[in-house]
Ligand binder design. Structure first.
Ligand code: MOS
Length: 741
């Protein structure tokens, strides 16, 4: 893979903000010293819990016989709804956000979905627990299974959709707008998909009679504590969650899942550490997935390619008792201006495993369909698809009329086309293979979520940051180090970042592309508060708090006003010879009256075999704008990962559900296909960097979900360009291409 980074680090500090700095935790990771959730942090070795799951999606557990399992060597307990600990019913309290609600299981005879735990076997070893699990005999009286099969079945308007949007939004008279000019109608579908993070969901829990401690893999800690408190009727003070390293989450670990609840049930039951590590196959049913979508669209455009009406009606499943609805149609609300816009979301309640966020909820699959549909219009009107998009992008938010805080979408299209070589693209035929080129764009919302952090200056000169923020592989340890290093102008080795402990100040956690700006601004504010405290210790007037740390000197001011104090003098009179300051951030600081989005333009070249229908990706180029880049290396990695994932959505990923039992049938990496190295061509990107200080004080915007937004559609559009096959049912597999040749 090629990469093009634009180093923006202007300070001499190799860990200054913007530097393409290596991960500060890289060494720990390659040495195996990073403590992931499978690593035991307790004094005593954990017992091992094995999940026994239901074989049908809906019904009542009529009979369960655990005697044989209980009699096996090494088995400490077989826990079912008959002997489990007390729990609050699933989904309570109702007025709490979804990650803080009870995730009760083994508390009733009702089967919630296929694979739903009916028993937990706890034994000395995994082999003992798994073997005993096979000896449990149970009967489920089946109930009818409801799944979404066609658009008209989705009749429920969700109260709101993910991202805080309204289910319905629009402007103008859509019927009249759609009846002028040329009209286009198309329906696209995307299948069920899963995150399937590298590290399967794993937890080790311990209960000492008073305190429940859970070492798990989760993206947000504060709501994980709420969830355990809700589920087990415990006081939050008696719960501690640790998640210092997370091997990928992508939304599937925003909240706690079955491993954490079951490990806790085991620990509460036995008052010993209990570990539940999902196998890869278990992840597909015991952790959330993304639902399939049916996206009905209609557009009108005049002969010059100006859009008149834009209509997007999304139908998706919603899991029983779990009010998550994906914002699949939000691209239709912001990507282009039009006389009239009509974006609606409807859901059908289904008997599926939990449906929740998967990376770039809404936009990942919304842009996949929407940007392919828009391409159909440009091609039909014989307008260059780059020009068509540039001609229709919105100068202000198309529906609200709000100004964008910054918007470099046009620059992304223009510069991206230039770097990709769009104008000089050459169509070639090699034997049975034809190449083709595609473009698409993406806009991803930006937001700040309340965050707190503390920073302590110790008398050994170390700066120690504490926040319950997580690093899900994105580079949080590194960017927070950079923010502190730049503020105090110190080496990275004087900075310690403590993450992933619920005893630390509460942060946004990682998700929704809000983590870096939210937790980063809180840390920056803590640094500024510490500078102020230090200047007070030095007896300086307010305004003189520009501080640098140099060996054991604290330097205030610059040039003529420079003053130096020794660290021991300044900290001598403080408690514990250390000084701590707090920082926080709240959303209103982010200028919410502006429409805040990061932008992408994607370009792709593919080669399609006209005999087999096989699509090979030659290259992808992404042009991105996401405010100020905090670290060009980790940002580039995030974006590339997203681009590759988008390609994977276009061509490979599909989780298949058996309508007879509601279970997924391809629950491993042999049968759930996704892009591997061999499937991907050259991946290049460039970043148009413009700090956005309306987004936050750091000038940064969300980047994690930007790479995938629009990336798959560029591939789909390239397939059409190559051989004229417009596959509206993702993924674009060879059989579907062949059917159109
Ligand atoms: Mo993200 S899908 O909000 O982790």
């Amino acid at each position: 893979m090629k990469e093009q980074f634009m180093p923006a680090n202007t300070s001499s500090n190799p860990y200054g903000i913007g530097a393409a700095a290596n991960r500060v935790d890289g060494r720990l990771k390659v040495q195996g010293k990073a403590t992931y959730a499978g690593e035991n942090l307790f004094d005593r070795a954990p017992l091992i819990g094995w999940i026994v799951g239901a074989d049908i999606a809906s019904g009542t557990l009529k009979r369960i016989n655990t005697e044989k399992a209980e009699a096996q060597e090494g088995v400490h307990a077989v826990i079912t709804y008959k002997n489990s600990v007390d729990q609050k019913p699933f989904g309570l309290p109702e007025d709490t956000q979804r990650f803080g609600q009870s995730r009760a299981m083994l508390n009733e005879d009702k089967i919630r979905y296929a694979g739903f735990p009916v028993a937990l076997v706890v034994a000395d070893t995994l082999e003992q627990a798994r073997y005993a699990g096979q000896l449990i005999d149970f009967t489920i009286e089946p109930a009818p299974i409801s799944l979404l099969t066609k658009h008209s079945e989705a009749q429920v308007a969700p109260e709101s959709i993910d991202g805080g949007y309204e289910a319905d939004a629009g402007l103008g008279d859509i019927d009249s707008a759609l009846s002028s000019g040329e009209r286009f109608n198309m329906t696209y579908t995307t299948p069920n998909q899963v995150s399937a993070a590298m590290e399967p969901h794993t937890s080790i829990a311990n209960y000492d009679g008073t305190n429940l401690t859970v070492h798990t893999s989760v993206q947000i800690l504060a709501s994980a504590v709420d969830c355990l408190a809700s589920t087990f009727n415990l006081s939050k003070e008696n719960i501690r969650v640790k998640s210092p390293f997370v091997g990928g989450g992508f939304g599937s670990k925003l909240g706690l899942h079955n491993d954490a609840i079951l490990a806790s049930i085991g620990a509460l039951h036995l008052q010993r550490p209990v570990k539940v590590a999902m196998t890869r196959r278990q992840v597909f049913h015991n952790a959330p997935h993304r639902g399939m979508s049916i996206q009905q669209m209609a557009f009108s455009a005049d002969a010059n390619g100006k859009l008149g009406g834009v209509q997007h009606h999304s139908a998706m499943p919603m899991a029983k008792d779990y009010a998550f609805a994906e914002g699949t149609g939000v691209a239709a609300r912001v990507n282009y201006q039009a006389e009239a816009i009509d974006s609606k979301h409807r859901v059908k309640v289904v008997d599926s495993p939990m449906l929740d966020s998967v990376r770039a909820p809404g936009d990942a699959i919304g842009s996949l369909a929407f940007e392919a549909a828009v391409d159909e219009i440009a091609r039909s009107l014989e307008i260059d698809p780059v020009d068509f998009r540039r001609n229709n992008i919105a100068p202000v938010h198309p529906i609200t009329g709000a100004d964008f805080s910054t918007n470099n979408l046009d620059k992304c299209l223009l510069e991206g086309a230039e770097k990709f070589g769009w104008k000089n693209r050459q169509h070639t035929t090699k034997g049975t293979k034809k190449n083709g080129f595609g473009v698409s764009l993406g806009m991803r919302m930006n937001m700040i979520v309340p965050s707190e952090a503390s920073i302590t200056l110790q008398n050994d000169g170390q700066l120690v940051v504490r926040t319950d923020m997580t690093d899900i592989g994105t580079g949080t340890y590194t960017i927070l180090t950079q923010i502190v290093a730049e503020h105090f102008n110190v080496d990275a080795n004087r900075i310690t970042i403590n993450l992933g402990d619920s005893d630390s100040p509460a942060s946004s956690g990682s998700g929704g592309s809000f983590g870096a700006s939210s937790s980063g601004t809180a840390v920056l504010n803590a640094c500024e508060a510490l500078s102020l405290k230090l200047s007070e210790c030095a007896g300086l007037a307010k305004g003189n708090e520009l501080v640098q740390l140099n060996d054991n000197l604290v330097i205030f001011g610059k040039g003529d006003t420079e003053q130096q104090h020794s660290l021991s003098d300044l900290l001598g009179n403080t408690q514990n010879n250390a000084l701590t300051a707090q920082g926080s951030v709240a959303p209103d600081e982010g200028n919410d009256n502006y429409a805040q989005y990061s932008c992408a333009a994607h370009f792709a070249e593919v080669e399609v075999d006209t005999v087999t229908g096989e699509v090979r990706i030659i290259r992808q180029h992404g042009a991105f704008s996401a405010g100020r880049i905090l670290n060009h290396k980790t940002a580039g990695s995030q974006l590339k990962g997203g681009m590759v994932w988008g390609a994977s959505y276009a061509l490979f990923e599909e989780l298949q559900q058996d309508p007879r039992d509601g279970g997924f049938v391809n629950c491993d990496f042999a049968e759930y296909h996704f892009a591997v190295n061999r499937d991907i061509g050259d991946v290049s990107l460039h970043i148009i960097e413009e700090p956005d200080y309306k987004a936050c004080k750091l000038g940064s915007k969300g980047i994690g979900e930007l790479g995938i937004t629009g990336s798959g559609a560029a591939i789909a559009n390239a397939v059409y360009d190559a051989v004229g096959a417009r596959v509206r049912d993702f993924p674009i597999t060879p059989d579907k291409v062949m059917a159109q040749l």
